[in-house]
Design a protein around this ligand. Structure first.
Ligand SMILES: [Zn+2]
Length: 419
């Protein structure tokens, strides 16, 4: 199991200036290496339906600049630009490896057939981190003694260790990151153990979750978690700051100051959201053996709708990712199911009851059950997941689902009285 712990570091003025200088040099190198690859691509290709008057390779075609090509050119870089001698070659190599990864993600589709965007040229300040591949190794450039990180070319930098490194874990890599409120170090920690999933026969408590914009999530028992709306709440504050920045001269010190405040506000919103997601995930995982969620296409949902801001604000995708991570540690199953028809079908008898988004209650024409719309969907999601895993449905007398039936109906009534 590999986890990442992030700590704030307190470099001196000289140390932070040096970190900034390294980041700038690495950024230039990134842009150069990216340009080299793009150039090669442009020179060796022309569109199928064009004649060579439009594009034709000029001169000798250079060798393909893959990772190994670019890595071996590092020696030459150091001769031409002596300031690069200062940076550890391991840091420069990882910088190139990151570019190589970004290129592979762009050119080679992943197992779902999707490809990422073209690696960008980075503007000033946009390369924010560099990485060391070894920590506390005899040959490593970075050592961590529990209170400081000691880098031979920086000296000791104090670390605010707000939580200890867990027992049994060894530090593999260290990444120094510049964020708007200072510098951070992230350690990736490795533990040889592999968390095992709860065996299917031992699953006792199961839960189905439907996510939405009205309630952040609704469980199959009708419990709800409200939408926190962090972004919406901060919007007037953000707008005020953005009005302020528009009056400042671009690039001036005052402009930079206000820009930093805006960036800090965005960081604050992101941290609030992350905290909310983690707390909700822990609450769910704590007393469950199996959690069923929808497999959502958030990009598709958020496209061209009035609700896109709200959809990005709740960030279900990020939540489900965190839920997965929290669940894995405890051996809890998380099953993603296709959300097709989960809100339309009746969870009791399977009858399709078509309804638009504005219809908030599900009342079945066949069996007469009346439920909250989201609760019905959550039950459907749970049923689908149980079918996938091969557990007998609770309705058939298979196993005991969480809360007793009595509570469910009372919850339903509370739900209904809200409308
Ligand atoms: Zn029904």
């Amino acid at each position: 199991m590999i986890i990442t712990y992030c700590y704030k570091i307190k470099p001196t003025c000289e140390q932070s200036a040096k970190i900034d200088y390294w980041l700038e040099l690495l950024r230039r190198h990134w842009n150069y290496a990216n340009g080299q690859r793009l150039d090669w691509l442009n020179r060796t290709r022309c569109q199928l339906d064009r004649c060579s008057i439009v594009s034709c390779p000029i001169g000798e075609i250079p060798g393909k600049p893959d990772y190994y090509f670019q890595q071996s050119a590092l020696k030459q870089t150091k001769i031409l630009f002596p300031e690069y001698k200062e940076i550890y070659s391991e840091v420069q190599q990882i910088n190139l490896q990151r570019l190589d990864k970004a290129w592979k993600r762009w050119l080679v589709p992943d197992n779902t057939g999707k490809r990422f965007g073209r690696p960008r040229f980075k503007k000033s300040g946009k390369l924010r981190s560099f990485c060391f591949s070894r920590v506390n190794h005899p040959k490593a450039a970075v050592k961590f003694d529990g209170k400081h990180i000691i880098i031979s070319r920086f000296g000791a930098i104090p670390v605010i260790v707000h939580r200890p490194i867990p027992d049994g874990f060894t530090i593999k890599t260290a990444t120094i990151t510049k964020k708007v409120d200072g510098y951070y170090i992230s350690f990736s920690l490795e533990d040889k153990s592999v968390p095992s999933l709860i065996p299917t026969d031992n699953i006792k408590t199961v839960i189905g979750i439907d996510v939405g914009l009205k309630e952040f999530l609704t469980t199959n028992t009708g419990e709800t978690v409200a939408v926190p709306n962090f972004y919406r709440k901060a919007q007037s504050n953000l707008a005020r700051k953005q009005r302020k920045v528009s009056g400042k001269k671009i690039g001036s010190n005052n402009w930079k100051k206000v820009q930093n405040r805006i960036a800090r506000l965005h960081q604050h919103i992101a941290r609030q959201r992350e905290d909310f997601h983690l707390k909700t995930a822990h609450k769910l995982v704590k007393d469950c053996d199996l959690i069923a969620v929808e497999d959502l296409n958030i990009k598709g949902l958020a496209r061209n709708t009035k609700l896109s801001k709200s959809i990005y604000d709740v960030a279900w995708g990020a939540f489900i990712e965190k839920l997965n991570a929290v669940a894995v540690k405890r051996g809890v199953h998380v099953i993603k199911v296709n959300p097709h028809n989960t809100s339309q079908n009746c969870s009791n008898c399977g009858q399709k009851v078509p309804k638009t988004l504005s219809v908030r209650t599900h009342s079945c024409t066949k069996c007469g059950i009346v439920l909250d719309r989201d609760e019905n969907a959550a039950r459907n999601i749970l049923n689908k997941a149980l079918c996938e895993v091969g557990i007998i449905l609770p309705a058939c007398g298979g196993l005991d689902v969480g809360q007793p039936e009595k509570q469910e109906t009372s919850e339903t009534w509370v739900q209904l009285s809200l409308f």
